[in-house]
Design a protein around this ligand. Structure first.
Ligand code: ADP
Length: 377
């Protein structure tokens, strides 16, 4: 997050955009203090307002000097909010319904390592990440559950012929400017290519047919396991990789009674970004330097892209092409996609600098205007 950039309100006024645009929705989630933090005597420095639209960060300085900073977002999710309620609080269903209509939607989790990104997206990390009953299931499992219910409801009148919906899943990570397929660990990095129809995409990525919810859960568990195994084998730090799980949905659509049905393609991207904490000075030699440099590049470029878009810049002046992550998120940030960001923060007083940095970025992201063909509001 050390882009050293500023952000300002996006410039609106273009009536075409105004009619069809939507700011990226930004939510902040704060987790409870961990047992370890409580044992160390850490105090809670984040207070969410009653209406859940703002939060205060309280910094205890020397003596009785207290600084309070306030931030406003589309929503603030306090430590007491259960996993099952997060999907409602961030109005995820609007994005999921649009995916079934043939649009692209993205949800991104950002924040420092240990702030709750993986918990929010995937759920509890012990044993299996998710199961059908799982009270701790994260956004991906709950979104997939909703999609299957919605596909069933929408396809109820179709009794014969081809299936009205086909779901497939892919899961990859970006680590040191290299894309690895988390569903096929063959140690062969995948190329990122460009086509005029799809924009930037990962070539030769395994897409797994998902006929049931269990299939999606298997993909999620397999990908997360491979992320861990890969990181142990290659001695890499998994908190430094960006993971993108995508649900691809083809839907058959009857546009006119006498015309053959057409296929629409929608996709839901779940992005678990690498930890945004400043890199330790100890990690600055040899292989670690390579790792540090390229991890920095992705997050640094993401910061620059967010900052440029928040100032209303468009087109080639936005530096999407400077990293793989921003190439692959081009459509999600300032493009045609519906997007929401969940900034995860630790409530611990010792993490206050990282927390403020995350909140600053979240504020910039909130000013980005996407121009999808539909409006979120
Ligand atoms: P990150 O992915 O940002 O590195 P994790 O999601 O792994 O962080 O979270 C770190 C720890 O905090 C995990 O043990 C996780 O279970 C716990 N945790 C995170 N968010 C919450 C929450 N909202 N409620 C309860 N525990 C949480």
């Amino acid at each position: 997050w050390d882009a050293g950039t500023t952000c300002s309100k996006a410039v609106l006024g273009d009536s075409d955009i105004e009619n069809q645009s939507s700011n990226i929705k930004v939510y902040v989630r704060t987790r409870p203090l961990s047992r370890e933090e409580l044992n160390k005597g850490e105090s809670n420095c984040i207070h969410v307002s009653h209406d859940e639209k703002s939060l205060k960060v309280v910094e205890q300085g020397y003596g009785y000097n207290i600084t309070t900073r306030s931030f406003q977002f589309d929503g603030c999710i306090g430590p007491e909010v259960h996993q099952q309620d997060v999907i409602k609080k961030v109005a995820m269903k609007k994005l999921l319904d649009k995916v079934l209509d043939g649009y692209s939607s993205t949800v991104m989790a950002c924040g420092q390592t240990g702030s709750g990104k993986t918990y929010t997206m995937c759920g509890q990390e012990e044993n299996q990440l998710c199961d059908i009953q799982g009270g701790d299931n994260g956004l991906i499992a709950r979104s997939a559950t909703y999609l299957f219910e919605a596909m069933k409801a929408r396809g109820q009148n179709v009794s014969s012929g081809p299936k009205p919906f086909i779901m497939r899943a892919s899961y990859f990570e970006i680590y040191t400017e290299q894309v690895n397929d988390l569903l096929r660990l063959d140690n062969a990095p995948r190329d990122v290519k460009w086509s005029s129809r799809d924009g930037y995409y990962v070539d030769n990525l395994l897409l797994v047919d998902c006929d049931t919810l269990d299939d999606v859960f298997s993909v999620l568990n397999e990908g997360s396991r491979n992320r861990k195994v890969g990181s142990h084998e290659l001695n890499k730090d998994s908190s430094r990789s960006h993971c993108i799980m995508t649900l691809h949905i083809d839907s058959l659509c009857q546009v006119a009674d006498d015309a053959p049905p057409i296929t629409r393609y929608g996709r839901m991207l779940f992005v678990d970004l690498a930890g945004s904490e400043r890199l330790k000075k100890s990690k600055s030699s040899g292989e670690m330097l390579k790792e540090t440099g390229s991890i920095n590049r992705s997050l640094f470029t993401l910061g620059k892209v967010i900052s440029a878009l928040s100032e209303g810049k468009k087109g080639d002046v936005v530096p999407y092409r400077e990293s793989l992550l921003t190439k692959l998120l081009m459509d999600s940030l300032g493009g045609k996609s519906l997007a929401l960001m969940i900034a995860c923060v630790s409530p611990a007083s010792s993490a206050i600098d990282e927390t403020l940095s995350t909140l600053h970025y979240a504020t910039c992201a909130n000013n980005i205007v996407n121009a999808p063909a539909v409006n979120l509001d």
